[in-house]
Design a protein around this ligand. Sequence first.
Ligand code: PMV
Length: 328
Amino acid sequence: MSQAIAIAHSNIALAKYWGKANVEQNLTAVPSLSMTLDALSTRTEVYFDPALSEDELQLDGKQQSGRTKLRVSQLLDRIRAKADTVCRARVISSNNFPTAAGLASSASGFAALAMAASSAAGLRLSSAEISSLSRASSASAARSVFGAYVALNARALSAEPVLNPDEFPLAMLVAVTAKGPKKVGSTEGMTRTAQTSPYYQAWLDRAPAVYDRIRVALLEKQFEALGEAVEESAMMMHASMLAAKPAIRYFRDVTIAAMQRVEDLRDQGIPAYYTMDAGPHVKVLTLPEHAEVVERELRSVAQIQDVISCRPGPAAYLIGDAKVSEAK
Ligand code: PMV
């Protein structure tokens, strides 16, 4: 039996991707750029065990079946093919945040799984190869293999680091607005947007220029220019979804209230900018010196359940020495 344990951190896109250039290979249609978050992580243990007749998945203490387990087995199959083994695996994974709350658990989850499983299978892969394996399961997971600020180009196989955390320390406040799993998953949402939204093509046409502005503002450490483009990227993406049939609407009243509070803070001279993914939560980008006051303001918005204060997080890593013995 061979085993390994890995930890990967979640990430939030500053420049969003929405839409696939190739569904089968899971290649993204537009470039994206994210911040890896220190406070949100997944820890995954993988044991390849010849005694198992099928893969097993335990997530946050609960045995899983159905689509969640299938997606894990599909990643394990890709690793088994590379390692030339048919051995099944036991996967034990836990998030340090509520899985069902839609806080990008697939990003940290698949990155941790790709890293732990490839190591347990005896493969010694580069970060780019682990990122590519993660991307095939969930494109945002490709970015969680790296720390701090990370880019994933359109149609790219793997993500790449853009900037170290100490070069531009920013704060991301994750305002948890509602519990429960999201109604429309990201893959389904992207397909529906591509097939039915008259604004999808406009999104594809404009997203690369917004990505470029975000990348340049980050590299030049221009916070206001960065924040403005971050909001634009998220709102353009959501506009394309809102025009789908039926509309894909992740906004709730609390989401709008949190965004309004961020705009009010800006009017008072506090630089803070919101972004939002395929769920009702609001993530607020600010400078570290303003993080405390922005967190306090978000906490005072009725219905906001929690605020998680994040800084740029580390790349995914293995814990301890993987005891790799011969898998029979
Ligand atoms: O790659 P997925 O299926 O986790 O989709 C991610 C989609 C967004 O979070 C909305 C945008 C992004 O770039 O992370």
